[in-house]
Design a protein around this ligand. Sequence first.
Ligand SMILES: Cc1cc2nc3c(=O)[nH]c(=O)nc-3n(C[C@H](O)[C@H](O)[C@H](O)COP(=O)(O)OP(=O)(O)OC[C@H]3O[C@@H](n4cnc5c(N)ncnc54)[C@H](O)[C@@H]3O)c2cc1C
Length: 436
Amino acid sequence: MRIGVIGAGAAGLAAAYDFASAGHGVAVYEAAPFVGGQASTIEVGGGRLERGYHHLFTNDFAILDLMDDLGTGASMRWIPSSVGIYTDQKVYRWSTPIDLLRFGALSLRDRVRMGMVAKRLQRMKDWRALEDITAAEWIRENAGASIYQKVWEPLLRGKFGDRFENVAMPWFWSKIQTRFASRDRLGREKLGYPVNSFDEVFDTLVERIRSMGGEVHLESPVARVLVENGTANGLRVKHPDGTETGESFDLVLSTVPSFAFPDLVDLPEAYRKKLNAVEYMGAVVMILEMTHPLTSVYWMNIADHEVPFLGLIEHTNLMPKEMYGGSNVLYLTNYVERPSELFSMSSEQLLDVYAPHLSRFNSEFDRSWITRVHHNRVSAAQPVIPMNYSQHIPEHQTPVSNLFLANTTQIYPEDRGTNYSVRMGREVAAAMLRGG
Ligand SMILES: Cc1cc2nc3c(=O)[nH]c(=O)nc-3n(C[C@H](O)[C@H](O)[C@H](O)COP(=O)(O)OP(=O)(O)OC[C@H]3O[C@@H](n4cnc5c(N)ncnc54)[C@H](O)[C@@H]3O)c2cc1C
C-alpha cells in the first residue's frame, strides 16, 4: 500500500516508521521547515534546544521503547529534578515530601492534608469514577478551600486560563499518577532528557523512514484530502516552489489539530461536533540566553496572579550549560487563548512585560544578563479535556473511509505528551494496517 501522513511530529513520524517497517510506501508531508512539531528544536550556542521545554518521565514507556528500537536509548539521562513554587512573594522548594512539610504558605494541617490527597489519588486506579467532576470541584471538595486557593486554583488558571473550571478531573488524576511514577521510594523525582535533544529521536526516525524507501517532505502543507465516493484516495500538497500536486494514496493519516482538520476535508456534522468538543489553549514560550542563572531549580511553578507568566523552566539546572555554548537557558512560559494580547505580542513587548518580574526570583537579576531571546507561539499546545470525555472522543477512523485522525485530543485519560503521541501514532498505524 501507499500511505500518506499529514504532519511530521511525534505521532506522524512514529506511524510512518511503522508503515515503512511493515514494507509499505509512505510519504509524510510537513508544513513547517523542520520535523518534530511541538517538540522541535532550535540552535542555541551550538547545541540543539526544544522550542518548548521538554523532559520525560520514567514511565514514558512508548517513547523510551521507540528510542531503544532506533538505537538512541543510550542518550537518555535521568536527573533528580528540582522543583519550586512561587507564592506569597516567596520561592518554596517543592520536590520531595519533606519540602511539602516545610511549605510555609499553608498551615501544617493543610500540608499534611495535601500530601494525603495526592497519595489517595496516586492509589486510585479507576479514573472512570472521576469523569463526571471537574478538577476544580474535586480539589475544592477533597482538599479544601485554602489548599485550592493557595496552590491549585492559580496553577489551573495559569494552564487553562478562563477555561480552568471546565477541565475534568481525569486530567489532574493523570498528572498526579505521572509525577508519582517518576519518584523513588523516598519520593525523589527523576526526569529524563535525551542528551542530544529530542531532535536525535526525530532525525533518526526520518533517516530510517527514508532508508526504507519512505519520503518526508518539509515546507509541504497539505491543502486538502482528496475524497471520491466517501473514500479518501489522495492528498493535495503545496510544494516549497509554490506548485500544487495531487498525490494518490490507499490510506491517509492526519495528525493536524482538531480545529484545522475540517479545513482539509468535508466531515459529517456529528463528527465535527466531537472535534469541537475540545478547545485548545495556545502557548507562548520565551527562551532567554543569560550570562547568569536566575534560580537553582529546574521547574518553578508560579502560583501568584501578579506574575505575568505561569512557569520558569531553567533548562541549564537540568542539563549543563556547556551544551549551549556556556549560556544559562531559561524558559518563560504561558498558556493563553489564541488570539489574545500575549499571544500576539512581539518578543520586545513580551520581554518588557516579563523582565520586571524576574527580580522576584533573584534580587540581583539585571536585564543586561539577557544576551539573546527566542520566542515561540504554539497554537494547539494544550487540549482542554471536558467531563465524561470517554463518550465523546473523536474516533481515529473518521467517517471518510481510509482517512484516520491521530491528534492530542484523542489522548485520554493521560495528559498530552510526546510519549502518548508516539503510542497513539503506532497504535493507529497498526489499526490502519489491520483494516481499521
Ligand atoms: C510548551 C510545551 C511544552 C511541552 N512539554 C512537554 C514535555 O516536557 N514532555 C513531553 O513529552 N511533551 C511535552 N509537550 C507536549 C508534546 O510536545 C506534544 O504532545 C507532542 O509533541 C505532540 O505531537 P503530535 O505529533 O501529536 O503533534 P504536533 O507536534 O503538533 O505535530 C503535528 C504536525 O502537523 C503539522 N501540520 C499541521 N497542519 C499541517 C498541514 N496542513 N500539512 C502538513 N503538516 C501540518 C504541524 O506543523 C506539526 O509539525 C509540550 C508541549 C508544549 C507546547
